[in-house]
Write a protein that binds this ligand. Structure first.
Ligand code: FE
Length: 229
């Protein structure tokens, strides 16, 4: 594992990407790869697909603010996230799950980290509860990159105070190329890691690819995460 270094609390988090797959979750995918919902499940268009557990990495901060808009003034291409939580046993949506996301800004920097000189800042972190539909929604920006990693968003799902899923969400590289040609990302060209050579992505990351569509001046990304409730 090249990256996801020792975290600031001193615990070594080089968990192999698939280490906890057996305790992990699933996501809905249609044959075309689009994320789909319970209606599609009922109609037989999709099946529950096991999604890999992945290391939380060094930059998790517990107790993030409950808010939907996590941008906190950070510039970047708008990204609306619809993150669905489903019961892997029944493929039914779970309401009231807490979904925790965090990611780097356009410059590849995380908030609230000593090594980033961002202690006390909370940009691009937040928690939302899933609605009856199973979805938690966030307004954010397309993440920037940092050395040694492909573009990603970290996610944790909690139910009743227990962590039931820890994962990372990924983007199609061609989409990232297009986004990064524009400001503010274009000031940092030559990202060094793409999905195919990312040490985390290669352990099942294709099953954690966001389904992304254009939305307004930016994008909307959707995925289902199946968990053991
Ligand atoms: Fe990260």
């Amino acid at each position: 594992m090249e990256d996801e270094r020792i975290d600031r609390r001193g615990s070594l988090l080089r968990i192999a990407g698939l280490a906890a797959a057996a305790a992990g979750g699933a996501a809905w995918k249609t044959a075309s790869g689009d994320a789909a919902g319970p209606t599609a499940v009922a109609s037989g268009l999709v099946t529950c697909v096991l999604a890999p557990e992945m290391t939380e990495g060094p930059y998790y901060v517990p107790g993030a603010t409950v808010r939907s808009d996590i941008r906190a003034g950070k510039p970047g291409t708008p990204l609306a996230l619809r993150l669905g939580v489903a019961n892997v046993s029944t493929c039914k949506p779970i309401a009231g799950a807490a979904v925790d996301v965090w990611h780097a800004d356009a410059g590849g920097v995380y908030s609230d980290e000593q090594v980033e000189n961002t202690v006390g800042q909370t940009f691009l972190r937040g928690v939302q509860r899933t609605a009856a539909s199973g979805f938690a929604t966030f307004r954010t920006i397309y993440p920037g990159w940092y050395p040694g990693r492909t573009v990603h968003i970290h996610v944790k799902v909690h139910i009743g105070g227990n962590v039931v899923h820890t994962g990372q969400l990924f983007f199609d590289d061609a989409l990232t190329d297009a986004v990064y040609r524009r400001t503010p990302y274009s000031t940092r060209p030559n990202r060094d890691t793409r999905n195919a050579n990312d040490s985390i992505y290669v352990n099942g990351g294709s099953r954690s690819l966001l389904s992304v569509k254009r939305q307004g001046s930016g994008y909307a990304g959707t995925i289902w995460m199946g968990v053991h409730a």
